[in-house]
Ligand binder design. Structure first.
Ligand SMILES: Cc1cc2nc3c(=O)[nH]c(=O)nc-3n(C[C@H](O)[C@H](O)[C@H](O)COP(=O)(O)OP(=O)(O)OC[C@H]3O[C@@H](n4cnc5c(N)ncnc54)[C@H](O)[C@@H]3O)c2cc1C
Length: 204
């Protein structure tokens, strides 16, 4: 297969590094490698017809705003590397307080919601105390737990995939760092794809 490298068509044998996947991870790896080793030729191979992976923003035209249909929140925003990247790219950080700051507290005072919240807390406690072999997060749900569907929904928002496809060890390692959750007005997907701009990316 022929690939683009810095605007030149080369064969795959001539590329020093091929990165698989033009999602946030592949793009960040490509940019970091490009900065550290500008002497290497590099291509990002993307299986789909667009870059960004699960970071995807839909645009509705001038003045109509942007809608993130994948990731939308810069968690631990003050120390999240994508916050600095968004600013570097001239995009606008929206530091309005996240709705769950308020919503979470309201739910805690609602007696009907308490059993669901307790089920979720127990699930996260099981994740923290899990030791040994990795497992799918869904393995930590109690058999026939009344709130399993709720835990599935919240867990899916966090991991971006079903609990049966998400790892306990990965979630244990997840540490968003200090700071609130912010958004990017032009969209998180916009940040990720714009950051990939300087890379040679071969789409499907
Ligand atoms: C609805 C939703 C909401 C989310 N909300 C947030 C949020 O608010 N904040 C947050 O931080 N995270 C959120 N996430 C999670 C976040 O989007 C992901 O963690 C992140 O985008 C993953 O990036 P990645 O590069 O690891 O993987 P991906 O984005 O999945 O990218 C992988 C890329 O590799 C390509 N690929 C796969 N296999 C191959 C192959 N064999 N050859 C070539 N290419 C291949 C895929 O097509 C894809 O483009 C959310 C996810 C979803 C789905």
């Amino acid at each position: 297969m022929a690939v683009r490298s810095g605007g030149t068509i080369v064969t795959e044998n001539e590329v020093d590094v091929a990165i698989i996947g033009a999602g946030a991870a592949g793009i960040a790896a490509g940019r970091r490698l490009m900065a550290a080793r500008p002497d290497l030729s590099l291509v990002v191979l993307e299986a789909s017809a667009r870059i960004g992976g699960r970071a995807r923003t839909e645009h509705f035209g001038a003045g109509l705003g942007a809608l993130d249909v994948g990731c939308g929140w810069l968690h631990g925003a003050r120390t999240n590397a994508w916050t600095a990247i968004a600013r570097q790219l001239g995009l606008t950080i929206d530091d309005t307080r996240a709705p769950w700051d308020e919503g979470g507290r309201k739910l805690e005072t609602n007696a009907d919601a308490r059993p669901a919240i307790r089920a979720l807390e127990a699930f996260f406690e099981r994740i923290s105390s899990h030791e040994g072999e990795d497992a799918a997060l869904s393995n930590l749900l109690p058999a026939d737990g009344r709130w399993n569907e709720y835990v599935h929904a919240v867990g899916g928002f966090i991991t971006g995939a079903g609990l049966d496809r998400s790892s306990v060890v990965d979630l244990q390692r997840y540490e968003p760092g200090p700071g609130p959750d912010w958004r990017v007005r032009e969209g998180y997907g916009t940040v990720v794809s714009a950051y990939g701009g300087p890379l040679s990316i071969e789409l499907q």
